[in-house]
Write a protein that binds this ligand. Sequence first.
Ligand code: ME8
Length: 663
Amino acid sequence: MPEKKEKFYLTTPIYYTNGLPHIGHTYTTVVADVVRRYKRMRGYDVVMTTGTDEHGVNVERAAQKAGVPESEYVAKMADAWRALWDELGIPADEFVRTTDLKHVRTVQWLFKLCKENGYVYKGHYTGQYCIYDNAFVNDAKPGDNCPDCGRPLETITEENYFFKLSSFQKPLLDFYKKNPSFIQPDTRRNEIISFVEGGLRDLSITRTTIRWGIPVPGEEPHVFYVWFDALTAYLSAVGGPEYEKRGYWPADLHLVGKDIIRFHTVYWPAFLMAAMLPAPKQVWAHGWFLMDTAKMSKSKGNVVLPRPIVNMLGMDALRYFLLRDVVFGQDGNFSYDALVTRYNSDLANGLGNLASRTAALIEKNFAGKIPKPDALKPQDEVLAKEAQAAIGEVLENFDKLSFARALETIWTVIAAADKYLTSEQPWALGNSEAEQSRKSTVLWTTAELLRIVSALAFPVLPDSAAKVWTLLGQSDALGKFELDGLRWGQLAVGTSLGKSQTLFPRVDKTEAIERIEAMANEELNPTPAIPAPAASAPTATGTSAAAAAAPAVSDKIGIEDFAKVEMRVGQIKTAERIVGADKLLKLTVDIGTEIRQICAGIAQYYEPESLIGRKVAVVVNLAPRKLRGVESNGMIVAASVGPEGRPVLTGFHEEVEVGARLK
Ligand code: ME8
């Protein structure tokens, strides 16, 4: 009988459905996937949960705006989130939606337990309420205006159920003391302890002014409010009331961003204690990815999307960058420049180059079979020792979620192997017996090092590490390889190399960034499908030539869709090149009501001076975005001509007023 595997349960937050995933959400889900793969390689039976948080006023409003029922709106959004995680190769084992029946039942059950144990009571909640938007505005003071519609708020009192959070100050502080690794990293732990020491107020956990929520049984119109509903999803995903049957609760690890640490380390264990259920073992709060030093948000126009990066560089490159560039737990600035630089240096020139060089030399000198090592020289032994030592170090760092350190160790070994090859020069050795034997030793050593490196890197680089593994002729699935058994010296002599594949083709930095940005712009502001002959279709050129391809002219659209695009006559006031972006021009354009800064992908076809004073068509109601770090607030319309999509600016043969609308 095989030994029963120990279970390991980890989660990401349950993401809100009023938007789509950006790089911040992708970060948490990637980390969860890395931990999942790593734990599986350490012999655990792992379940990873992610999902969607689908209730509340924001969803009510978004659905209303879209003109569909809430249930339809959230079903579409949940599908989109799930589909993206699948596409990126980071699907959940359990995808939980807070509208799932199993979740509804779990929330109601948890509430019943808390109530039976005397931790829930009916009271009144007084807050500032917007009667136009039908919503309480948290943190507003009497006399404030609604942050959404700007109209005056009213002080309203409604009946709510309250959770006796105040009873849990001591139990929580005792719990933190007994479980010192419950909150990670330590800085966050200290913050939470001082917060709880400062005293806890009871928490309103139901609402009667919100419609779109889980009903409190027998107490309609009460519905559960935000966190009591959302946090419970972790338990619903693995059995809810029957959690003991599945055996994954308590969770081993909740991965969250620092924005929601308090809910996870104060409210959540308190709810569970009140219901006499086991609390999770650890909550790990990572930092934020910032863009231009601000937290990403769609309204600021500074979100980074995962798909364009993956299309350009591959998912492994994104995973590597997210985990290598920022110390887990700290904030980090996202930059395409740093992403592509790392890709070229660490992946293309580092791992990719070492693997292809080694394979080519074995192919050429040993007919593609792993050669037999002979007498060892000190430098061979030094490298072997370094690789062997890396195994322990990397595992230790993965255990601590110190991903950047783990990767740094792996890449130090790769650099050492590179240096070793360069100084041993196996390609310069001849065919005498002594030289052949030296060649065998050097190439076996390098290949063995690559085998170790690919096993260690697999949790972060699942596609490419598996390719190196196959290249080295290893037939078993790398994801199932047990890291505990990894030792230097296991590479079998005579193994035939697998098919060679390009791992990370080098890219031109400027070109790559422009293409990523163009794809991101297209995803954020899809080119409207304007019916027109394909070859001369007007195309928005606020992007590079890659995005300036003719738009898809598939379905016909109604006039109301066309009317959404606001185009006006603009006059170019200034034009200049952008350093480091050879396709872009930075323009200032008078659109009648204001002067706008707009970037246009026309630098290869128009001299800046030739544009001054020219009147062009401008799409003026696009959300602002950044191109190569420069704000662009609108798009210049141009035809896209020929196979390379040469932009040709629109013009007017009669006098037109600046600001006139194009219809
Ligand atoms: O808070 N950098 O959902 P949410 C790093 N529904 N991580 C980021 C990030 C950034 N810039 N932006 C978002 C909610 N994240 C609730 C959670 S859980 C029971 C309910 C990640 O859609 C990070 O993990 O706002 C953060 O905590 C989470 O997305 C917030 O997702």
